[in-house]
Design a protein around this ligand. Sequence first.
Ligand SMILES: [Zn+2]
Length: 313
Amino acid sequence: MKFLKLFLLFFLFHNTFSQNKKVCFSIDDLPVVSYGNNDPDFNLQLTDKLMDGLKKYQVPAIGFVNEGKMYDSIGAVISYQGECLEKWISARMDLGNHTLRHKDYNTTEFKLYTDQILEGEEITKNLLYLFGKEIKYFRHPFLHVGATKERVDSLDLFLAMYGYTVAPVTIDNDDYLFANSYQKAINKADKVLAVKIGEEYIRYMEAKLLYYEKQSRALISRNISQILLIHASLLNADYVEKLAEMYAKNGYQFITMDEALEDSAYQTPITKFGKYGISWIDRWALSAGKKGEFFKGDPETPQYIADLSNQKD
Ligand SMILES: [Zn+2]
């Protein structure tokens, strides 16, 4: 009887604990990270697959758009690019601004950078409007928010003036290195290698998740509502289902960006600035004076993935 009670207690505790885990999936560089593949079918099918995987696990994701990819040389919207973006809206996903052409705030003058924020919102804004929604979130390319307090503050002020909220990231990772290697394997029709990379990717992403859970508990004494960053690549289209499955297996519920930002952790002050593009958990930790030791154990990208990604075709 005592055993049963203990078991029930454990079960209750375990369940409550698991149900508190929450993650928002944010997906950058829309419409598609195509590695130069301009075949409309490739882009459309990739987007369909990504949407299907997200819908299967009821993941209310947000995609961040680089509208500069959507215009042809005379400034008209490329029709399949527009269709890709419509698929996101039709699948009930949210969309945000990731600047027109993915400029780096560390090396771009303020006026040009902010012009590209406004020029980069037109298509997305109109599309959201048709579905009764408004554009709300901004994601900095490379997660470069400004290397000094002045640069950060002036951009934050600009964003607030135009109704934008910054979309932070807590689970930062090198998914783009895996995605580049994966696309190369697919281009060479090397299915064995592609599957190997895909499986390695899920293991790596689980290690990253566990690492940032640990960092969150160490810094904030609990596992906060996490925000994952991935990109709109073929790898993620093919593996988003497995990725969501892995998160679900770890006890996660999928939430929107609005819901994630309700977590008071996102009010943690940031007082240290640099040229880096890092997780917000790392920014808070640096601001709290944490040093090298605290950041130990961050999973690294396997060397062969980095090498494959760097290889010339
Ligand atoms: Zn990006």
